[in-house]
Design a protein around this ligand. Structure first.
Ligand code: SF4
Length: 233
């Protein structure tokens, strides 16, 4: 096992932060690995925990946890999951009393944006939506060269404008922003500039039907080439 004290939860053999014990039993901290942030970063842990003492944060976290709970059901055959994320979005928004939702979507998912808008409206929400190409700003604005345009050097190409998407939703004072299929990096900028609560309904993956985990689930077969050693970033 790694000897580092850097947090490596993804390599944890014990997962003791969620122990299989009854309420009231002693928390088995001694089983935490050497790289566990619960032992090595207790100051950070304490600081994070204090945040939940803020009433608004506590209530938001409670509702999120309740939403999580409601996605399972115990049946005579055992525990099973229910509720796709789309339904979770609707239920969580209702729990939080959100009425006006903001949708920041990618032009490549315009049909999905329309369908999601129709669905949310059918549940009584007002939906403000902003497409990634809003503004119609040419990619030259951010230093893209002709040979770096997807449709070819001669073509006009509007840049994705996640900052405008975020600022438009901020200005519209939406209760909750929803990201639909923004590219890597564009999503980073949207998150940076969005000043209302936000969530992600889907991320962009052009070859897996927007399911990036598909490449991981097949990492030992069709996508095994991804694991080749390359130079460090
Ligand atoms: S918090 Fe500690 S026990 Fe939990 S997964 Fe990370 S290293 Fe493992």
């Amino acid at each position: 096992m790694a000897k580092t004290k850097t947090p490596l939860c993804a390599k944890c053999p014990s997962g003791i932060c969620n122990p299989s014990i009854k309420t009231g039993e002693k928390f088995p901290m001694e089983k935490a690995p050497g790289f566990c942030p619960m032992t090595n970063m207790s100051g950070v842990m304490q600081k994070a925990l204090l945040e939940y003492d803020k009433p608004e944060t506590r209530e938001f976290a409670r509702k999120a946890s309740l939403q999580e709970f409601e996605c399972y059901e115990n049946t005579p055959q055992g525990r099973r999951t229910k509720n796709p994320r789309i339904l979770e979005l609707i239920e969580f928004s209702k729990k939080c009393g959100y009425k006006k939702l903001g949708l920041a979507f990618c032009v490549g998912l315009s049909e999905e944006a329309r369908a999601l808008t129709d669905l949310l409206e059918s549940h009584g929400f007002e939906v403000i939506s902003v497409r990634c190409k809003t503004g119609g700003v040419p990619k030259e604005k951010i230093g893209i060269k002709p040979e770096e345009k997807i449709a070819g050097p001669e073509s006009w190409e509007s840049m994705c404008n996640p900052i405008a998407q975020a600022e438009i939703l901020n200005a519209a004072k939406v209760d909750f922003a929803v990201m639909l299929g923004l590219c890597i990096g564009h999503d980073t900028l949207f998150i940076k500039y969005c000043r209302v609560p936000m969530t992600v309904i889907a991320v962009k993956d052009r070859v897996t039907g927007h399911n990036p985990l598909a490449a991981l689930y097949t990492i030992n077969s069709y996508y095994r080439g991804l694991a080749k050693k390359t130079s460090k970033p």
